[in-house]
Design a binder for this molecule. Structure first.
Ligand code: CTP
Ligand code: CA
Length: 225
């Protein structure tokens, strides 16, 4: 069927997509992470592949199967994801950060198992690097860059702040507590907040449909660059 379709703007272009959570080790047997399944990021990577893009999927530990055809780089921690993103960026036409990197890591990861009695001191946390912010300089100037903002409550104000701070073309906001959106499920209801001020509220739909809506907008921006 693909052969009968016209080429898309993404055809033959390189796109970097991140998916899933990251894990920060606390000691040899424990880690800090979050409830991201990776479904949204994998749906975007698969949709980009169907459009003929050269896809690099940089994935933390996923709760979803990955389709064949994608170049997959598996990482565990936020700093590994940052390094993989910065390596993949040269030549990228687009970067879609659908991953939910862990925001904190152990100040001093323990090389032996932390004992209950010592937990108070052992669990000191520090912030991880912001991948979008720290890789901003290594992005090609024309790279269409998309972020996500999962909030509890009205996501639009926070989303606009993140869009500016992280230098994004648009950000896909959704409410983690809403039914049918957020973690683990196959559907999503999102608001797309654009750098030019526009906001679009999309209806509840499958993550595959949301992925195509996102890539349609990536292609519009790519077309103009
Ligand atoms: N992100 C990133 N590096 C991080 C954390 C997040 O690049 N260390 C990206 C995410 O992939 C997402 C966007 O930044 O595309 C927003 O992530 P989010 O967790 O909503 O925002 P944070 O900046 O981490 O702020 P907070 O969790 O405090 O709301
Ligand atoms: Ca975060």
């Amino acid at each position: 069927a693909r052969l009968l379709e016209p080429p898309t703007v993404l055809e033959g272009r390189s796109i970097v997509v991140t998916a899933g959570p990251t894990r920060e080790p606390l000691d040899p047997v424990r880690f800090l992470s979050n409830r991201s399944s990776g479904k949204m990021g994998v749906a975007i990577a698969a949709a980009a592949w169907r459009r003929g893009a050269d896809v690099t999927l940089i994935a933390g530990p996923l709760d979803v199967a990955t389709p064949p055809g994608l170049r997959i780089i598996t990482v565990e921690t936020t700093s590994q994801m940052r390094d993989a993103v910065s390596q993949a960026l040269p030549g990228a036409a687009a970067l879609v950060m659908a991953a939910a990197p862990a925001d904190f890591t152990a100040a001093l990861p323990a090389s032996t198992k932390i004992k209950k009695a010592d937990a108070g001191d052992a669990l000191a946390l520090v912030r991880t690097d912001d991948i979008l912010a720290t890789t901003r300089e290594s992005r090609p100037a024309s790279c269409v860059t998309v972020g996500f903002a999962l909030e509890t409550g009205d996501a639009r104000v926070e989303a606009r702040r993140k869009l500016v701070d992280k230098g994004l073309d648009f950000i896909v906001a959704n409410d983690a507590l809403e039914d049918g959106a957020g973690f683990g499920v196959d559907t999503n209801r999102v608001t797309i907040v654009h750098a030019d001020g526009r906001e679009e509220q999309l209806p509840l739909q499958s993550k595959t449909q949301v992925a195509d809506q996102i890539l349609d907008r990536v292609e519009v921006l790519l077309h103009g660059r």
